[in-house]
Ligand binder design. Structure first.
Ligand SMILES: Cc1cc2nc3c(=O)[nH]c(=O)nc-3n(C[C@H](O)[C@H](O)[C@H](O)COP(=O)(O)OP(=O)(O)OC[C@H]3O[C@@H](n4cnc5c(N)ncnc54)[C@H](O)[C@@H]3O)c2cc1C
Ligand SMILES: [Zn+2]
Length: 445
């Protein structure tokens, strides 16, 4: 971090700045340093909505910290020092705690902070566990360091074996199996990443509630999406409060779980479309992506281009029936290997590495992909609204569906139940053939 940036951290000089003049980078840094969105907006002379949008565009999870906490960390110099050093609060506090504990492994004396780990000490054992951010701050401010010790990563693993928390086996007992002896290579498992979700602009929502006359309306929704769905649902009948609609003699209690349960049971699925979740499905086959793309309503899709991205080593998903039969597994493995070789061979024939025209490369890459199989592992970005996500989970975890899509949507269902407990509370999950099957009485709301 440059000197120039350091000097900007002073609130007084910030306040004098022109409207909207803070750089995006600096807005992110101020947020990381514990300033609230409101405070940054004040420095920048602009609105919280703009600051929120910038943080959102920079992919920063916007979780408004309390005003006091931001000030508190800043006052104690933790945030300020981290900002000056150009590292995150988390990195700073980790190093600070390591320093307070003597900066070296208690077992071998290693001092390289990159490999030092902080452990909880419980009785005569030390428990390896990531320290929570708040714990680190408490330690820095309050000196609870006697509850901790430091070992390097190596000594930590050995220690865990010694105290029986990990089991070891003599390497000579490991036989050469099919993976080691030139058997199937490049088998991959599908992965589900959630990279985004709809968030509420609290200032905007509050302004709306004030305008319609219910400024103190609230709900116990566990997530922004669930809250948003309640807001939109109640907006239809003005049912935030009886005073908004003379036709109402009562409104439901502000329990989000009850409200959403009722919507789902009645089949009022359209309000569920207000919440969007953004996924990446990685190492999924083109079999999977072709099936996924059949679900068109309420989705957005960005699939990795095999026209632009040249294939080399082909990764693949191995269906269980193939995996369990040695002969078939060998056929699959050899075929994928041959096809990988063919891709490389064609690249060589056209000398693609030295080809300068991107257009020519694109044309050739596109031609070569015709020799890639459906089972090829690839990547697809998928976003969908809650109504669609529910429908696809129901269809694609059903036992009739293909195993790979069952595995992926079983995982999607698990994430959804954790993140949005009220929106997915009605699902009973049964394990069939090793895959979760999500069932509900309220299908296709
Ligand atoms: C086990 C299984 C096997 C399958 N086998 C095959 C197969 O062999 N061949 C094949 O081609 N496909 C197959 N499919 C795909 C299937 O036919 C559907 O295309 C796919 O599941 C998408 O679901 P959906 O039709 O509900 O569409 P979505 O896009 O998920 O839409 C959700 C709902 O919106 C409504 N909707 C969507 N589009 C329209 C529209 N244009 N007009 C009016 N209402 C609409 C419908 O009520 C629809 O159910 C299979 C699917 C499964 C689960
Ligand atoms: Zn050590």
């Amino acid at each position: 971090m440059s000197q120039q940036t350091n000097s900007k951290v002073d609130g007084k000089s910030l306040r004098k700045r022109k409207k909207g003049s803070l750089t995006r980078k600096y807005i992110c840094e101020l947020y990381e340093a514990g300033f609230t969105i409101k405070e940054i907006a004040h420095f920048d002379g602009t609105t919280s909505i703009i600051i929120n949008r910038i943080l959102h565009e920079e992919n920063i999870t916007i979780k408004e910290r309390g005003y006091d906490k931001g000030k508190y960390l800043y006052k104690h110099g933790i945030a300020k020092r981290a900002l000056e050093l150009g590292i995150s609060l988390d990195q700073y506090s980790r190093l600070k705690v390591i320093q307070m504990l003597g900066s070296k492994c208690i077992s071998c004396g290693e001092t390289d902070t990159r490999v030092l780990q902080i452990n909880h000490v419980t009785g005569h054992e030390s428990k390896k566990e990531n320290l929570k951010w708040k714990e680190k701050v408490d330690i820095i401010l309050g000196g609870n360091e006697h509850k901790l010790d430091i070992r390097c990563a190596n000594c930590n693993v050995l220690y865990e074996h010694e105290v029986g928390r990990r089991t070891s086996i003599n390497i000579s007992l490991i036989e050469d199996d099919i993976f080691i002896s030139g058997g199937p290579v490049n088998i991959v498992s599908p992965m589900v990443y959630i990279i985004g979700e709809t968030k509420i602009d609290n200032d905007g929502l509050q302004a709306y509630l004030e305008y319609i006359g219910v400024p103190s309306w609230s709900t116990n929704a566990p997530s922004d999406i669930e809250k948003l769905i309640e807001v939109y649902g109640k907006g239809c009948y003005g049912s935030y409060d009886v005073k908004l609609n003379p036709n109402l003699s009562m409104v439901r209690t502000n329990k989000n779980e009850d409200y959403i349960k009722n919507i789902i049971e009645k089949g009022d699925g359209s309000v569920l479309e207000h919440g969007f979740v953004n996924f990446y499905f990685v190492d999924v086959s083109r079999v999977f992506t072709a099936e996924l793309c059949r679900h068109r309503v309420g989705t957005a899709i960005s699939e990795k281009s095999l026209r632009f991205v040249r294939l080399e080593e082909l990764n693949w998903y191995c269906p269980i029936s193939i995996y369990e039969d040695d002969e078939s597994l060998t056929i699959f493995s050899n075929t994928f290997q041959n096809l990988s070789d063919i891709q490389r061979e064609l690249s060589r024939i056209y000398d693609l590495d030295n080809q300068h025209s991107f257009n020519t490369k694109k044309t050739l890459t596109s031609a070569m992909r015709r020799l890639a199989p459906l089972g090829l592992a690839t990547t697809i970005g998928w976003s969908a609204n809650i109504r669609t996500i529910r429908h696809v989970i129901e269809m694609r975890t059903a036992p009739e569906a293909e195993e790979e899509i069952r595995a992926v949507f079983g995982e999607v269902g698990r994430h959804m139940k954790n993140r949005y407990p009220n929106l997915f509370a009605d699902y009973e999950v049964e394990i069939l053939d090793g895959y979760p099957y999500f069932q509900t009485k309220s299908v296709k709301v």
